[in-house]
Design a binder for this molecule. Structure first.
Ligand SMILES: Nc1ncnc2c1ncn2[C@@H]1O[C@H](COP(=O)(O)OP(=O)(O)O)[C@@H](O)[C@H]1O
Ligand SMILES: [Mg+2]
Length: 302
């Protein structure tokens, strides 16, 4: 029997490499969903805890027993944990928005998450479904879970991908990132056999992050767009452009959708969020796949 048949949708943001924009995408998709009224949980599987930082929250050394790494360690040692006790409510960052839903975080912390990763590596394939199983405890509390993952060299990446109903990946305007997306997509397809059918994530598509406005596309940028389509990584029509306000939001402890809701970074992420939700609710043969002729981008003049 597959684990998790509730209405809660779990979306993992994953890639082969670091630095492509996973954490930015995670917190902005989650923030966008919460601003649209949903009850959303961000799961931070990355030992560097940057999703937490982006939501204005980091665990101190006195709070290690509240970390996701602590929960995973116990669960990997066969000790039951109550995931509700680990939820950090971050809804205060939405307080300027009247219709917002809820935003919670399962927070990472480096030492505890690294120990969990070591335990996971020792256990091997059999432990891969545990995060999906643990999330069932909160299935009545959330509409969406968005999982930020470390690069796929880490065993924690496999845990996050297996926990998902849907997986999105990222490309940048560089050829190597498209190959990375294809490798990630292939890994997603192998999850059911690696988990004896307990986990069955669906690959939802690749987001082009750090793109340029169409007027300044380079040859490589056009080629990357076509390669994304040709390699079958199902590119979303909505890109996220290179914009310093995205990194600036990270330093400020707010997703761009919250800090710049009326400017292009916030609007692009909102539009991407809508496209992701649209794919989830539409049969795959009807998905609109982007290519290099798509220029219907959000105006970046704001
Ligand atoms: N579209 C963008 N424009 C400008 N900076 C970006 C963009 N996307 C990500 N960044 C910045 O690039 C760095 C890496 O992004 P991040 O989301 O942390 O990637 P990952 O989680 O894949 O390592 C961060 O400093 C982030 O703020
Ligand atoms: Mg990251």
């Amino acid at each position: 029997m597959p684990v998790g048949e509730s209405d809660m949708e779990v979306i993992a943001v994953a890639s082969q490499k670091g630095g492509v924009g996973k954490t930015s995408t995670t917190v902005n998709l989650a923030g966008g969903l919460a601003l649209a009224g949903a009850s959303v949980l961000v799961v931070d599987l990355e030992p560097q805890a940057q999703a937490g930082t982006s939501l204005g929250f980091n665990l101190t050394q006195q709070m290690l027993q509240r970390s996701l790494g602590w929960a995973l360690q116990h669960r990997l040692q066969g000790i039951e944990v109550n995931l509700h006790e680990f939820l950090e409510n971050r809804s205060e960052i939405l307080e300027d928005f009247g219709d917002a839903g809820q935003l919670h975080l399962l927070a990472s912390e480096e030492a505890t998450m690294t120990t969990a990763q070591d335990l996971l590596s020792q256990k091997g394939y059999t432990a891969i479904p545990i995060l999906r199983q643990m999330l069932q405890q909160v299935a009545d509390d959330f509409d969406y879970v968005v999982v930020d993952t470390p690069p796929s060299v880490s065993a924690l990446n496999a845990l996050g991908v297996a926990a998902a109903d849907y997986v999105v990946t990222l490309c940048n305007p560089e050829y190597a990132t498209v190959r990375g997306a294809a490798i990630l997509m292939a890994a997603v397809k192998h999850v059911p056999e690696r988990t004896q059918g307990l986990c069955n994530p669906k690959f939802l598509g690749a987001i082009l992050n750090r793109s340029n406005p169409p007027s300044s596309w380079t040859e490589q940028e056009v080629a990357v767009r076509n390669l994304m389509r040709d390699m079958g990584v199902l590119p979303f029509k909505r890109d996220i452009r290179r914009d310093n306000r995205i990194s600036d939001s990270f330093a400020y402890g707010r997703p761009a959708v919250v800090r710049y809701p009326n400017h292009s970074p916030g609007q692009q992420y909102s539009a991407l969020m809508a496209e992701v939700i649209d794919r989830i609710s539409t049969p795959e043969e009807k998905w609109e796949i982007a290519d290099s002729t798509d220029q219907d981008q959000v105006d970046t003049s704001a």
